[in-house]
Design a protein around this ligand. Structure first.
Ligand code: GDP
Length: 533
């Protein structure tokens, strides 16, 4: 029987919203995640999911590295219901655990919430993650956070988004009172009233929301209200109103203001995820065409997490369901080999918690445990073959030469490096000059090197010595560009990425890359996805 003969997949997909929050560390992603869960009644008190103390406790029996650091390397997928929809919020690890996986998560979502600190505006990590969203064509909703603290002017923040991202901001809520003096929010769809919030101590519970008619606002809030009215008038005159088609095409971003820590403006954002974020749609296939939602099951492996505990060397492969109904235990095929793959150990994973998943629909994420054979970018399908396009590789920013500590283990060394490359744990670069006994490892985040070092020692019994190289920027080039770079005075280096044979030109920084380009204007130097300089 084709699992979806009754149309359940399309029906369930229509009420799914699968999204991620993209932000720079400290903008308030954990706080917002928790506030969203609170408003969706998935938790009853804030502090339960992401409390830092709680996090440390949870890290007890997972990776050795996690224990040492007290951070969570495991990605989280938080699922909760709101207004008849099922929301899947995928974590985009930041801080010290920023890695290529952070970008890969965006291959599994249909929408992103861009979280901005009102005092800081756009920051480096936000820019990189936005770059990936743009590349994937994911629509972006913006939340300006920390409006309870002094920060920048609202209009100035909108300007920055428009200028830097060529993304037109269309505010859906607007603050009354400058950052640090928040009086309330106006929902621009109902501008005849202001929403006033009474926060609870510590933001543990939802803030009470009261609608005050505009007539009373002028008297009560004076200049703050007048100013908000003027700004709203300005925005209306400029045509900065939500247009769904433009939003879906990545030309505009609806903007919300608030303070996640006090639960202000969070309900409106949560509603926006339900109302504005798109449900899963048919997914493009590698050979052209799309996989309809109600085709038999097909899923994309967007991340493989290795457990580094030497007694529990399992792998969890995270799979985004793209079509059909996933049922635990069902027979699926791995497209890369045409071989069957067991799905008996299907879980949902949030933090350290795993619970068995019996059924999942398009937009949902399933973690398959003991999935050592699966690779990032793999397609799994049932009944009717499908192959999704390969996962792109992202701009690495850290480079190190790897050498075996013990030369008599060089065979194990080569095997280990090859496997970690194939798994997508790190990018491996080679050149004739360096030879394959001293490959250059390239990573998006430094944690990837730690993972490589730990796994090489623990899993392949081939400890490595890593020697950091002074490069921080990679650009795509070609054979001619590599040749020119090789003989130029500039201390860059051209290497070939093993995975896709792409030629990369490495530089210390953008000034060095720019001066090379000025000197050799014909040499090809292209930006890679999420390269920001
Ligand atoms: P993350 O690194 O993006 O996950 O950020 P966190 O959620 O851990 O927040 C970083 C810091 O900002 C914490 O001290 C939070 O309490 C604080 N924070 C988060 N949201 C707000 C907010 O709306 N207002 C204020 N004043 N502080 C906030």
């Amino acid at each position: 029987m084709i699992p979806d003969s009754n149309g359940a997949a399309a029906h369930e997909a229509a009420r799914r919203r699968t999204f991620a929050v993209i932000s720079h560390p400290d903008a308030g992603k954990s706080t917002l995640t928790e506030a969203l869960a609170l408003h969706a009644h998935a938790i009853t008190r804030a502090g339960a999911v992401h409390g830092k103390a709680g996090r440390r406790r949870l890290a007890s029996d997972w990776m050795e590295m996690e224990k040492a650091r007290g951070i969570s390397v495991t990605s989280a997928v938080l699922q909760f219901a709101h207004r008849g929809c099922v929301l899947n919020l995928l974590d985009t690890p930041g801080h010290a655990d920023f890695s290529e996986d952070t970008y890969r998560v965006l291959a599994a979502v249909d929408c992103a919430v861009m979280l901005i600190d009102a005092a800081k505006g756009l920051e480096e990590q936000t820019r990189k993650l936005f770059d990936v969203c743009r590349h994937r064509g994911i629509p972006v909703i913006t939340f300006v956070n920390k409006w309870d603290r002094p920060g920048r002017e609202a209009l100035e923040l909108l300007d920055e988004i428009e200028r830097e991202f060529r993304l037109r901001p269309t505010p859906v809520t607007w603050p009354v009172g400058r950052a640090g003096c928040l009086r309330g929010l106006v929902d621009v769809r109902a501008p005849e009233r202001m929403l006033r919030y009474t926060r609870t101590p510590g933001g543990v519970h939802e803030a009470a929301e009261e609608a005050i008619p505009a007539g009373r606002m002028a008297a009560a809030e004076g200049t703050d209200w007048e100013r908000a009215v003027e700004e709203l008038e300005l925005l209306r005159a400029a045509g900065a109103t939500h247009d769904h088609e433009a939003f879906m095409a990545g030309r505009t971003t609806p903007v919300f203001f608030g303070a996640a820590v006090s639960n202000i403006g969070v309900r409106l954002l949560l509603d926006a995820v339900v109302d504005l974020a798109p449900p899963p749609g048919p997914r493009e296939l590698a050979g052209g065409g799309t996989r309809p939602l109600d085709a038999p099951f097909a899923g994309l492996v967007f991340k493989v997490q290795a457990n580094m505990n030497r007694w529990h060397r399992d792998r969890i492969a995270f799979i985004r369901v793209c079509s059909g109904v996933f049922e635990r235990g069902m027979a699926v095929t791995r497209a890369a080999t045409g071989r069957p793959f067991a799905t008996k150990y299907a879980h949902s994973v949030f933090g350290q918690d795993r619970s068995t998943v019996d059924i999942a629909y398009p937009g949902d994420v399933v973690g398959l445990v003991n999935a050592g054979a699966l690779r990032v970018g793999d397609t799994l399908y049932a009944d009717q073959a499908a192959v999704f396009p390969p996962m792109p590789t992202f701009a690495p920013e850290h480079f190190a030469v790897a050498r075996p500590v013990d030369l008599s283990r060089s065979k194990q060394f080569r095997r280990g490096i090859a496997q970690l490359d194939e798994e997508g744990a790190v990018q491996v670069l080679v050149s004739d000059l360096r030879g394959d006994h001293a490959p250059v490892l390239a990573a998006v985040g430094l944690m990837q090197f730690e993972v490589v070092a730990a796994r090489m020692a623990g899993e392949f019994a081939a400890p490595v010595r890593l020697e950091t190289l002074p490069y921080r920027l990679a650009r795509a080039t070609d054979a001619a560009g590599a040749e020119v770079l090789g003989r130029s005075r500039i201390r860059g280096e051209a290497l070939t990425r093993v995975r896709d044979k792409a030629r990369l030109a490495l530089f210390r920084d953008r000034w060095q890359a720019n001066s090379f380009q000025r000197e050799f204007p014909d040499a090809r130097l292209d930006h890679l996805i999420a390269a920001h300089d």
